[in-house]
Ligand binder design. Structure first.
Ligand code: SMG
Ligand code: MG
Length: 370
C-alpha cells in the first residue's frame, strides 16, 4: 500500500451525561481522527484514544497531533510502500506514544482492508458474530443517583456493570449495587490507579461481593504492588494502565501481577499488538476483555472485531453509542440487543461515516502529504 495523504481531524462531542472517574470528570470528548488516503484514492480512518489531558496516561490530544506530524508521519514517508502490519515496526524507533502509533496503524489497516474488500473481523478470524456488552458507570454525587443510573443500564440489557471507584466511593456503592442487580449479574470495579499498597486490607472488603475483577487499583508502574494485592485478596486483579506492550504483559503475567488483562488497542500501540497480547494471554490461561476509551463508532467497530476472538472471555467495555453520545459520527452506531453487540461485517473496520455530522463537529483539519 502507498499512502498519498494523511488528514488530522479534531472533533468535539458532548457527552449525554458527565462521566466521572477517580482522575476527573468529563462532560465532552475531544478526539483526533486520522484519515489515510491511498494512491488509489481509498480512505481509511483511525481514531486516537488519547484524552484532552494526560490524566489517564501520558498522551493527550495536542501532543498526539504534534508527534504524528513531526515524528511519525515522516518515518512512513521515508519508507514509501508498506502494509498495515509494517507500521509498528517502522515507527518503533520513536519511543512510547502508543496511542499516536495505534491511530496511524488503524487508519492504514482500515484503508488496506477496504482496498482488499475484507473486513477486520474476517482478518482477525474471530468466531463470534456478536459480543457481550458491558457498561462503565462513573462516580456520582449520591448513591441514589448511582442506583438510578445502574437500574437504567440493567433495563437497557447490559451483560455486566463496571463501577468506577476511588477511596471514599467503593465498598458501600458496590454493596448497594450488588443488592440492586442481584447475585447473578456480572459486576466489576475500576479504580484508575486511585489506591496504594497501604490499601490492601481495605480492598479485601470487596471480596464479599463476588466481583469479576478489580481493575488497576494501584499506580501504573506498581507491578509488585499488584502482585502483593493479588496474593492478598480473592477478587481477581486486572491490569489496564500498566500494560502498554506485549513485553509488559509477559512480565506482569510471569510475576503474578495480572490475573486478568483489559486489552485496549490504543494503549498497547495498535490492534495488531492487541491480538498478540490476546494470544499470549490465551497461552497462559489469562482471561482478557476489551477495554473502552469512549470511542465513536469507528473505534467501537474495530473493538468488536477484536473482542470476537476466543480469548475474550469476559464482556468488554463496548457499550452502545448512545451511552455516551446523542449522535455518532457513523451511520451504523453500536446498539445493544439482548446484552450483545453485533460485530460489523462491512469492508474495513465496518463503519459507515456520517459525513455531514462529522463536518459539523469538526474543530480543526490539517493535511499532511506523504
Ligand atoms: O468506553 O465505555 C467506555 C469507557 C470505559 O471506563 C472506561 N474506560 O480506565 O477503563 C478505563 C476507562 C478509561 C477512560 S475514562 C475517561
Ligand atoms: Mg480502566
Amino acid at each position: 500500500m502507498k499512502l498519498a495523504q494523511l488528514e488530522l481531524r479534531r472533533i468535539h462531542l458532548e457527552l449525554v451525561t458527565p462521566f466521572r472517574t477517580s482522575f476527573g470528570e468529563q462532560t465532552a470528548r475531544e478526539i483526533l481522527l486520522i484519515g489515510a488516503t491511498t494512491d488509489d484514492g481509498i480512505v481509511g480512518w483511525g481514531e486516537c484514544v488519547a484524552m484532552s489531558e494526560p490524566l489517564y496516561s501520558p498522551e493527550f490530544v495536542s501532543g498526539v497531533e504534534t508527534v504524528i506530524s513531526e515524528f511519525l508521519t515522516p518515518r512512513l514517508t521515508q519508507h514509501g510502500e508498506f502494509s498495515a502490519a509494517d507500521v509498528a515496526h517502522i515507527l518503533k524507533p520513536i519511543k512510547g506514544h502508543q496511542m499516536a502509533k495505534a491511530a496511524l496503524e488503524m487508519a492504514a489497516l482500515d484503508a488496506e482492508l477496504r482496498s482488499q474488500e475484507i473486513n477486520l473481523h474476517t482478518r482477525f478470524g474471530g468466531s463470534r458474530a456478536s459480543v457481550p456488552s458491558g457498561v462503565s458507570v462513573g462516580i456520582f454525587a449520591s448513591i441514589d443517583a448511582l442506583l438510578t443510573a445502574v437500574q437504567g443500564y440493567v433495563d437497557d440489557g447490559y451483560a455486566r456493570i463496571k463501577l468506577k471507584v476511588e477511596p471514599g466511593w467503593d465498598i458501600e456503592p458496590v454493596r448497594l449495587v450488588r443488592d440492586l442487580i442481584g447475585p447473578d449479574m456480572g459486576l466489576q470495579v475500576d479504580a484508575n490507579t486511585a489506591y496504594t499498597r497501604q490499601d490492601i486490607d481495605h480492598l479485601r472488603q470487596l471480596d464479599e461481593y463476588d466481583l469479576l475483577l478489580i481493575e488497576q487499583p494501584l499506580d501504573t508502574d506498581d507491578l509488585l504492588g499488584h502482585r502483593d494485592l493479588a496474593q492478598a485478596i480473592e477478587t481477581p486483579v486486572c491490569l489496564d494502565e500498566s500494560i502498554e506492550s506485549f513485553t509488559q504483559a509477559e512480565d506482569a503475567i510471569a510475576i503474578g501481577a495480572a490475573e486478568i488483562i483489559n486489552i485496549k488497542p490504543g494503549r498497547v500501540g495498535g490492534y495488531l499488538e492487541a491480538v498478540r497480547i490476546h494470544d499470549l494471554c490465551a497461552a497462559h490461561g489469562i482471561p482478557v476483555w476489551c477495554g473502552g476509551m469512549l470511542e465513536t463508532g469507528i473505534g467501537r467497530a474495530a473493538n468488536c472485531a477484536l473482542a470476537a476472538l476466543d480469548g475474550f472471555v469476559l464482556p468488554g467495555d463496548i457499550s452502545a453509542s448512545r451511552r455516551f453520545y446523542s449522535r455518532d459520527i457513523v451511520q451504523n452506531p453500536i446498539e445493544v440487543v439482548g446484552g450483545e453487540v453485533a460485530v460489523p461485517s462491512a469492508p474495513g473496520l465496518g463503519y459507515d461515516l456520517d459525513v455531514d455530522f462529522l463536518e459539523s463537529i469538526t474543530t480543526s483539519v490539517h493535511h499532511l502529504s506523504l
